[in-house]
Design a protein around this ligand. Structure first.
Ligand SMILES: Nc1ncnc2c1ncn2[C@@H]1O[C@H](COP(=O)(O)OP(=O)(O)OP(=O)(O)O)[C@@H](O)[C@H]1O
Ligand SMILES: [Mg+2]
Length: 264
């Protein structure tokens, strides 16, 4: 098996005058959580949309498990195991928890009828084993609209894992979440790792990214400015690097200006 679940080589993408991505090389290992950091407009969402088949790159190559994939489409990406967890959007608010888990992928009896009993049972098991919903207030029949933002995303992650997603993408999942919800969400991201799958985790908050990512990739105005294994860098150093990128567009420490005789 390839070392990489996903690899992008020299990917570029422009929208009219704006070059959103410039010769981007990006990899996600098997069972690796990659954090994607970068300022507004750095190209993070564009990168994700290329991986999910929503945008076609202008140039460059995509590989899944070492195999080159041409003309990636949204259904093709999904078939390759890419699942995106969107805030709010992914779930049917008026429907029950069990229906949301199995929406579009319903379990059926041998005769082809909906196997409601089985779907309720499976949901109950997932609730206890994966979602940490032990409260008596939550049941497979609970309506999703009553769940908090973090819980909803937890449901979406558990659903993706249940259906064997290989690469789960989270684009700013903590946005708008309260502190406690955020911790819960980060726990769900850790579950992706435990389940042996991979993830791309985008967040403006470097603390969140540092907590769950194995590796951090910093994008700056469409280019990869640098990448770090989180085990090899302290949070303080990472924050300093982010500061440098924001100030100078580079990870290099600025050279002290020469003074005195040597300056002409
Ligand atoms: N469909 C589009 N049409 C035109 N320009 C686009 C489109 N999508 C993205 N862009 C431009 O590409 C650049 C990168 O945008 P992108 O959404 O990828 O950034 P981002 O890193 O996700 O930013 P944010 O942190 O604000 O979500 C921006 O300048 C944006 O305006
Ligand atoms: Mg974005």
């Amino acid at each position: 098996m390839s070392d990489y679940r996903l690899e992008l080589r020299n990917v570029s993408k422009s929208f009219g005058e704006v070059q959103s991505l410039r010769n981007v090389n990006f990899q996600v290992g098997q069972n690796e959580v990659v954090g994607l950091l970068g300022d507004n407009g750095a190209g993070k969402s564009t990168l994700i949309k290329i991986i999910t088949g929503y945008h076609r790159p202008d140039s460059g190559e995509l590989f899944f498990n070492g195999e080159k994939v041409e003309n990636l489409t949204v259904p093709k990406a999904r078939a390759l195991g890419v699942e995106t967890v969107y805030q709010e959007r992914a779930l049917a608010e008026q429907q029950s928890l069990w229906r949301n888990i199995f929406i579009g992928r319903e379990l059926r009896t041998r005769l082809g009828f909906l196997d409601v009993k089985k779907m309720r049972e499976e949901t109950n098991r997932l609730m206890l084993e994966s979602m940490g919903f032990t409260s008596a207030a939550v049941s497979p029949d609970s309506i999703i609209g009553t769940f908090s933002g973090g819980e909803k995303q937890g449901v979406a992650i558990v659903r993706a894992l249940y259906f064997e997603a290989e690469l789960i993408i989270l684009d700013e999942p903590t946005m708008g979440l309260a502190l406690k919800e955020t911790h819960k969400l980060l726990d769900f991201v850790r579950q992706i790792k435990k389940a042996g799958k991979s993830a791309i985790f985008i967040d403006h908050n470097v603390f969140h990214v540092y907590e769950v990512a194995d590796r951090v990739v910093v994008l700056d105005r469409g280019s990869v400015a640098g990448e770090f294994m989180t085990k090899d860098i302290t949070l303080n150093d990472l924050m300093h690097k982010m500061y440098l990128v924001a100030q100078t567009g580079s990870l290099e420490e600025p050279v002290e200006e020469m003074i005195g005789d040597e300056a002409e």
